[in-house]
Design a protein around this ligand. Structure first.
Ligand code: NDP
Ligand code: OXD
Length: 314
C-alpha cells in the first residue's frame, strides 16, 4: 500500500517522517512527488486541493488529519471511499484545555484585570462569582464537547449540552434538536461551540441565537467561545451583539475566512480574544500513530473506526 499525505496547508514533512517511522515497510508520498497513481491506497488530507484525490483507482480510504471533515466536503470530486476522522485523547485533551482556560478566564474577568493593570488601577469590587453560580452550555456533545462538558462540570460549573440526537451524560443537563435549543440557550451564561460545520449548522451563531442566551446570570452578559468552525458564526452579527451588549465577550479560534484578514474589526475589538485556529492542534506524533493504526486495521480486514457519514456531513 502507498499512503499519500495530501496537505493543502501546513508542512507535510513532519507527517511523512512520522508515517515512515510507524509504517517502515510501506511507501509514504506527498502531493507533488512522483509516484504511480495506481499505487495509492490511502490518503491523509487537510484542505487538499479540490480534485487532487480524484485519480487514484485503488484508493480505499481517506483520513482527515483532524476531527473536522468539512474541508473534505469542499471537494466536489471527492472519491466515493470510506472517510475516517481523528478521535484521539491528545486532540480531545487539548480542546478541553482551551475551553476550560477561556471559561475560567471569562468568569474570573481576566480581560478586565489586565486592563486595570495597564492603567495601574486597583479596583476590587468584590464581585467574583463561583463556578457553581455560572452556567456553561456546550453546543455539540460529541467526542470533544462531551469531554469538555464533563471537565467543566468537575471544576464546578453548572453544565448543559445541546446535540442533534438526545443524550444522557451524568451530571450534564442534555438538550437536543430544534425543540431543545431555546431552553438550552435561556439557561446559558457562557456558550461553548464545538459543532461541526454542516449544511444544518452553517451560520447558526447569529444575532437571533445570541439574543436567546441568559440575561439573569451572575456574569455581566453572556459570552461566547467558538472553537468549532468559523462558518458556524456570522461575524457581522456577532460584532453588533458585542457592541450593543447582547454579548459581553467573545473568544474565537475559528473564522469565516482564515487567516483572519487584517481588515477584520474583530482584531481590534476590546472584548474579543483571537487565537489562530489552534485550540486543539493535530500533533503529528499522536495523530500519525492513530492513522497508522487505522491503516493496519484495514490491512487485517478489520472495520475502520471513527468513520464519517456523508449524509450527515460529520
Ligand atoms: P463529533 O462528531 O464527535 O460531535 C459533533 C457533535 O455536534 C455531536 O454531538 C452532534 O450531535 C452535534 N451536532 C451536529 N450537527 C448538529 C445539529 N444540526 N444540531 C445539533 N447538534 C449537532 O465531533 P467532535 O466533537 O470530534 O468535533 C467537533 C468539531 O470541533 C469538529 O467538527 C471541528 O469542526 C471542531 N474542531 C476544532 C478544532 C480547533 O482546533 N479549533 C480541533 C478539532 C475539532 P449528535 O451527537 O446527535 O450526532
Ligand atoms: C480539526 C481542527 O478539525 O484542527 O481537528 O480544526
Amino acid at each position: 500500500m502507498t499512503l499519500l499525505v495530501a496537505l493543502g496547508s501546513g508542512d507535510p514533512d513532519p507527517w511523512v517522517k512520522q508515517f515512515r517511522a510507524l509504517l517502515p515497510d510501506r511507501p509514504i508520498v506527498k502531493l507533488g512527488d512522483s509516484y504511480d497513481p495506481a499505487s495509492i491506497e490511502f490518503a491523509m488530507t487537510w484542505y487538499h486541493p479540490p480534485g487532487s484525490l480524484a485519480h487514484y483507482p485503488h484508493l480505499k480510504a481517506v483520513f482527515s488529519m483532524g476531527a473536522g471533515v468539512d474541508h473534505l466536503f469542499r471537494d466536489t470530486e471527492l472519491p466515493d471511499v470510506a472517510i475516517a476522522r481523528v478521535v484521539d485523547p491528545d486532540l480531545t485533551n487539548r480542546m478541553s484545555e482551551y475551553v476550560i482556560l477561556h471559561a475560567l478566564s471569562i468568569m474570573r474577568q481576566t480581560r478586565r484585570y489586565r486592563e486595570q493593570q495597564n492603567h495601574l488601577q486597583w479596583i476590587d469590587d468584590d464581585w467574583q462569582p463561583a463556578a457553581s453560580e455560572v452556567r456553561v452550555g456546550v453546543m455539540g456533545l460529541g467526542v470533544l464537547g462531551s469531554d469538555a462538558a464533563q471537565k467543566l462540570k468537575h471544576i464546578g460549573f453548572k453544565v448543559a449540552g445541546w446535540s442533534r440526537s438526545p443524550k444522557s451524560i451524568d451530571g450534564i443537563q442534555c438538550f437536543s434538536g430544534d425543540a431543545g435549543l431555546s431552553s438550552f440557550l435561556a439557561r446559558t451564561d457562557i456558550l461553548v461551540v464545538l459543532l461541526p460545520l454542516t449544511d444544518e449548522t452553517r451560520g447558526i451563531i447569529n444575532r437571533k441565537l445570541l439574543k436567546g442566551l441568559a440575561r439573569d446570570g451572575r456574569v455581566a452578559a453572556p459570552s461566547l467561545i467558538n472553537a468549532g468552525r468559523g462558518n458556524l458564526q456570522i461575524e457581522t452579527e456577532l460584532l453588533e451583539c458585542l457592541d450593543d451588549d447582547t454579548l459581553h465577550e467573545a473568544v474565537l479560534d475559528v473564522f469565516q475566512t482564515e487567516p483572519l484578514p487584517e481588515t477584520s474589526p474583530l482584531w481590534t475589538h476590546p472584548r474579543v480574544t483571537i487565537t489562530p485556529h489552534n485550540a486543539s492542534v493535530s500533533d503529528p506524533v499522536a495523530i500519525a500513530n492513530a492513522i497508522a493504526a487505522q491503516i493496519k486495521r484495514v490491512e487485517k480486514s478489520e472495520p475502520l473506526l471513527n468513520t464519517v457519514s456523508r449524509a450527515k456531513g460529520y
